[in-house]
Design a protein around this ligand. Structure first.
Ligand SMILES: *Cc1c(COP(=O)(O)O)cnc(C)c1O
Length: 414
């Protein structure tokens, strides 16, 4: 997928548009498999929430991947994409009993992260195997918004509540088939990961009939050219040894599971937008693109860095720009960035736009959500059409008012 290919995509499908490179998704999937080749049974569950397009889910299914889902709607998307229910793990947080019942009906692997739910579920469905989400209280990454394993996190059952978990399991006779943790995004320090893994091994010893241990995700990907990323090869080496030792002690070959989202799709994605206006002010040059945080919220929401390339002017000298959007809200994509000279009409590419970009897009300012394109076998395939005005209004019910009718107004007063 080179510069010319990307420009062709905007010519054909308009802007703004998300483009994903299938080859990159495939190579990331294979890379993680390769890193854990010493483990006999490895299962990767791609985290649907990162990028939930059906064609992308189909691609993962073809690769042999399972899915990690956090809502019943994601489960349904996975099933629709052809993934078999045993390969879908459902890890909800604070959902209703009805939603859990639906998951039982659909036959997916349920992962419970709350003691009360565990107790109620075990009493009602002792025969349904359940995985337990443990909170190991390990701090991942530097940002408390994306770190979900620390002491005040709402996710998981505290490792300190193990005696209570065991009592519930005994009282209900339920079958625990997996132990899970997910400590959050952007774990750079493999030591942190391995430390959390030891806590999971300890927890696992309490259960006799396990089939898998799920280490969640949190792999960090590079966000700019000199950025560091999680060394998955080193993690694979070290964790595989410990996992194999654990299985030996446990007396059974368990499955090692991961559920990466960002690692699988972040770098495969680019978001292409057109420059509407270049505006000089007393302090900077603004480049206004035909999108905003309604379509790509990560810079404003998490302070994330997305590298920007001017696809239309590759040989020009670089200047400093502030790249901003077109919605009525501060929507800065980048401040004071060196970019090849930008002219009105140029196409800019935002990198690392595969994960948590389209899936977090909204209709704010009543803008249409962008199209999505999958670059597969040297060809652009449209995998989601750009929205239309019809999409904006089709669920709305237009109330008819008649404010001049006295009677109805008086009735309301009574
Ligand atoms: C979001 C999420 C993931 C994926 O996290 P990434 O940082 O995108 O790899 C995995 N497991 C669970 C339970 C999640 O909520």
């Amino acid at each position: 997928m080179n510069r010319e290919d990307l420009l062709k995509v905007t010519n054909e499908f308009g802007s703004p548009v998300y483009v994903y490179d299938a080859d990159k998704i495939i190579s990331q999937y294979k890379r993680l498999n390769e890193a854990f080749k010493k483990v006999k049974h490895l299962r990767l569950h791609y985290a649907v929430k990162a990028l939930s397009n059906l064609s992308v889910l189909r691609l993962f299914n073809e690769l042999g991947s399972g899915l990690d889902t956090v809502s019943i709607q994601e489960v349904m998307l996975g099933l629709k994409a052809g993934v078999s229910p045993e390969k879908i793990i459902y890890t909800p947080n604070g959902v209703s009993v009805e939603e859990l019942e639906k998951a039982v009906e659909l036959g997916v692997q349920i992962n419970i992260d709350n003691l009360i739910v565990l107790e109620q579920f075990g009493a009602k469905h002792p025969e349904v195997p359940v995985c337990i989400r443990i909170n190991p209280h390990v701090m991942a990454g530097g940002n408390t918004n994306i770190s979900v394993g620390h002491i005040d996190s709402k996710f998981g059952i505290s490792i300190h509540q193990m005696p209570h978990i065991l009592r519930i399991v005994e009282n209900t006779g339920m079958h625990i088939n997996g132990i899970h943790m997910h400590t959050g995004s952007d774990i750079l320090d493999i030591g942190v990961f391995l430390h959390a893994a030891e806590i999971l091994f300890d927890a696992a010893k309490n259960f006799k009939d396990l089939e898998f241990l799920d280490f969640g995700s949190g792999f960090k990907v590079p966000y700019h050219s000199n950025d560091i990323e999680t060394n998955v090869e080193e993690l694979g080496e070290k964790l595989s040894i410990r996992f194999n030792e654990f299985c030996k002690d446990y007396g059974k070959e368990l499955t090692l599971a991961f559920e990466p989202g960002k690692f699988m799709v972040s770098e495969a994605g680019q978001f292409l937008a057109k420059v509407n206006v270049v505006k000089q002010t007393t302090s900077t040059v603004f480049a206004h693109v035909d999108t905003g945080f309604n379509h790509l919220i990560r810079p404003m929401f998490y302070g994330s860095n997305h590298e920007i390339e001017n696809l239309s002017n590759p040989d020009a000298t670089q200047r400093f720009y502030s790249v901003v959007g077109y919605i009525c809200e501060t929507d800065t994509f980048a401040n004071n960035k060196m970019i090849n000279e930008i002219r009105e009409g140029d196409i800019l590419s935002f990198k690392n736009a595969g994960a948590y970009c389209f899936s977090m897009a909204s209709n704010y300012n009543s803008r249409f959500r962008p199209a999505e394109v999958l670059w597969y076998k040297d060809k652009a395939h449209l995998i989601r059409k750009r929205e239309t005005f019809e999409d904006l209004v089709h669920n709305q019910v237009e109330l008819k008012f008649d404010l001049n009718k006295k009677q109805s107004l008086e009735k309301e007063k009574v």
